[in-house]
Design a protein around this ligand. Structure first.
Ligand code: SN0
Length: 317
């Protein structure tokens, strides 16, 4: 694997899942693989799970890890070509990425979308610049439109809980939020579930919250949350801002919050969320503190998913 920024970079999702679960049962079996190799983790935005789980995954493989919070400690980066850099940006990504590529064997990058210019965000110019100019494999730690390490952990968790042989009914539902959030997590979850092909997949959202069909095609889409949740084995909860009326909050309808009452209508549905989650806005306390929530197990699986990805990249170096 030469980069990991989309489901399309995973040639075999099932074998990545198998490797992730193998790492979970034996975390330190491949300590030699990453010896004398360095992982650089670059954050242009905040992180808790992605940062720490990826660090642990790399250490389990024997790698050194360097974390750099570009947004707080670095020079402000310029991404446009041909500009006269007499404003706020101090360093061009052409140099920054190329220099980092001299220092590390693999580079992880987190960069959220601006949510004002859809075409610009969906061009993925930030992560693609690092791919183009660093000369080393790049791992997305959540880009403008996708979050593949999260989605891999999501399918690992579904497989771990549901096993093989039957197709789980998976419902992804929009829920309200106070801020305009990226579409990256829901885009990515839809992309991975569709590419995996092992689920009966429904997406529920209020009118106006349609996602990019490049990621959702193949899924059943409804504006009726009850219908989507009925008999679901897994309920993936996430807020996102509008894709068509780009970055806008079109609804704050409280009735879309996921409650214990709604979960009773599922097939003992397991509740998933990428975290961080705003309690009693997105999901009710009773659900998060109840027996159906698997959000902590899901977050725990971020380590093993990252380890499966780093392992595959290390093998190709
Ligand atoms: C991000 C998102 O893409 O939705 C990261 C999720 C992994 N979430 C947030 O920014 C939540 C911020 C908040 O204030 O609740």
């Amino acid at each position: 694997m030469k980069k990991f920024i989309s489901a399309q970079d995973a040639s075999n999702i099932n074998s990545l899942i198998e490797r992730a679960l193998a790492h979970k049962s034996n975390p330190l079996a491949n300590q030699e693989l990453g010896k004398n190799k360095t992982l650089g983790l670059l954050f242009l935005n905040p992180s808790l799970r992605t940062r720490i789980s990826t660090q642990i995954a790399a250490k389990n493989l024997g790698m050194e890890v360097i974390v750099f919070n570009v947004d707080k400690e670095g020079w402000q980066l310029e991404f446009s070509d041909g500009v006269v850099m007499n404003g706020n940006t101090s360093e061009h990504v052409r140099e920054a990425a190329a220099v980092l590529g001299q220092y590390v064997s693999i580079l992880g990058v987190r960069s959220f979308p601006g949510l004002t210019d859809r075409e610009k965000d969906y061009s993925e110019y930030i992560i693609n610049s690092f791919v183009k100019f660093s000369g080393v494999p790049v791992v997305s730690l959540e880009s403008a439109t996708l979050h593949p390490l999260q989605s891999l952990a999501d399918v690992v968790t579904i497989r771990e809980i549901f096993g093989t042989g039957r197709k789980p009914k998976v419902a992804m539902t929009w829920a309200p939020h106070v801020k305009a959030l990226p579409q990256a997590v829901p885009n990515s979850f839809a992309q991975w579930i569709n590419a995996w092909g092992d689920c009966d997949f429904t997406i529920a959202h209020p009118e106006g919250y349609e996602l990019d069909t490049a990621f959702t095609k193949g899924a059943t889409i409804t504006n009726n949350q009850d219908e989507a949740l009925a008999n679901a084995d897994f309920v993936y909860v996430k807020n996102w801002s509008a894709y068509h009326q780009y970055g806008k909050i079109l609804s704050s309808d409280h009735s879309w919050m996921v409650t214990t009452k709604k979960i009773e209508k599922t097939n003992h549905g397991k509740v998933m969320h990428c975290l961080p989650v705003r309690r009693n806005v997105v999901i009710e306390d009773g659900v998060l503190d109840g027996p159906n929530s698997i959000v902590v197990q899901q977050a725990g699986n971020r380590v093993w998913s990252a380890q499966a990805v780093l392992e595959q990249i290390l093998k190709s170096l």
